[in-house]
Structure formats: C-alpha cells, structure tokens
Design a protein around this ligand. Sequence first.
Ligand code: ZN
Length: 325
Amino acid sequence: MSKYIVGVDLGGTNIKSAIVSEEKKIIVKTSVPTPTQEGPKAIMDAMANVVHELMNKEGITTQDILAVGIGAPGPMNWQTGIVYSPPNLPGWHNVPLADEMQKRLDVPCYIENDANAACFGEYWLGAGQGCDCIAVLTLGTGVGGGIVVFKKLLRGIDGTAGELGHLKVQRDGRLCGCGSKGCLEAYASVTGMVRTAQEEIEKGKKTILTEMCNNNIHAITGKMIFQAVEKGDALAKEVFNETAVWLGLGIASIVNMLNPERVILCGGMIAAGDILFNPVRETVMNNAFEVPAKRCEIVPAGLGEDSGVIGCAGCALTRYYDEHK
Ligand SMILES: [Zn+2]
C-alpha cells in the first residue's frame, strides 16, 4: 500500500495544498483563498480543512500519510516549527505552526521557508530533477531564493541561508524591503521592474505605458510592461532588458559562488521567455567565470505555480526519512 505526503503552501493570497505519493506522483491538488485578515487560528483551521477535504476526496486516511510539510513566509525556525512575524500575515507573532497543525491533522508536521520549499520542489520534481546542485530564484513582488547543494537544501547555521534576493548588486542603491540598500530584489523583482519604468517616465521618456496607466504611473504593473513590450514599445523593451541585466548580474555571483548545474527561475515573469532569458544568459556569460558560466543552464521552472506546494511535500518526506532512519 502506497504512503503519501501532503504539501501545504501558505501564501498571503492563497492556501495551496497537494497530496503526493511516496513514489513522487502528484495525486491531487487544490487552492483556496487565505482568510488573511482573520488571524493565525482561522488560517490554520482553513489549512487543516483543505487537507481533510483532499484526503476525503481521495479516500486517504491519516494512517496512509507519512508527514505534512507546510511552507510559510519567513522569518521562522524550521526546527522548532515556530513562525515569527511575516510581513504579509497580519497578527502572526511567534506562532507554533508545526505543533498547531500536528494537533489538527494528527500526523508529523514540518515547516519550511516558502522560497526554500519552492527550490526543493524544483529539485525534487521540477526543472532541477537529476541535478546535485541548483539555485532557484522566484521573481514576484520580491525575489525569493533557495539553494540545493549535494542534494540537500542549504540552510546555514541559523536556517537563514539562500536569501538570494538580497545579494548586493549596487552600492548605496535602491532601498529594499529588507531595510538594506542595493539588493537584487530592488531591481529584478516585478516591483523593481515597475520602479525602473516609473523612473524612466519621470525622466521624460515617451512610452505607451503612460497612456496604458491613464497618466498615473503608480498604476503601472508588470503585466502592462510586458504588454507594451509585445506592442513594440521601445522604453518597455529597455526596461525589460535592464531588469534582465540586473538579474544576470545577481546570477553571475551565484554561478561564481556555487558552480551550480542549473539556475531555475520561477514566477509570472518567466512567461516572457527569450526576451527575459537571453539577456540574463548573456549577462551571466559576460560576468561570471567561464567554466561555471558555461556549465550552468538558466531555465524556467518545471512545476509552474506549484513548485512551492510540491516542495513542501518533498521537504517533509526528506525530513521524515531523516528522523526515521
Ligand atoms: Zn534586501
């Protein structure tokens, strides 16, 4: 009889959940809105409900499940299972997430930083399958990062390793969400790209974006920039290229530091394809050492939007095996 692992990815907008077999087959998955404003208890109840619904649907009982992996925004302690105060989960303060979920689900529960979980998901079942060493960057409002070396998540001594979005790419550069300046995230995230477009428009550059946002540059979105690129807008192309170059500079440092087989990019922005990946690859070739730059493939995520939730299951299975060897 096959055993299963459950992944639950807690985001500020949605709770995603999936059941995966021990043989790495995705059995079922779903997504529901996060009751963000209702606080930790309501959110944990909602997560438990989602898991119970999936189990009922598939006729899977608690006895069939080895472990549940829960991905959440940091900061957190992955070993004690406590989530501190994530900026996008209001009311959360030192929540014993692993223990609380274990009470609700009656199976071993493990928590992971969501970006690390996404990285592990790509290594386990996505674009990093078969590799020993990968880095993953998730491009969204911020830039999430994760690293797998020798088939294990690189956690560092306090579990805070892999914050690739906060590699410094510019001295005294843009203010970053982390409070520091000049981080990769401030330039290469969707938010950073929008900011680049706004700065160029403020300098007086002409673009159809001005019309698209009804002269309100604060309404510009990443999607608008991509649409403007498709319509052949010169400034939008320049902004997209600039963003890709910043990303390439960050990746060049990752390539020099880790010598990875692959760097995998996740997030909505990767739908842009070659217009993103080509300048990224070129910048890496021009800025990293030749041997690791030639070795490293820079590729889109293999699991689309599901890297995180699948990775939660993968991390939980790994930790379950480690504890039950
Ligand atoms: Zn930062």
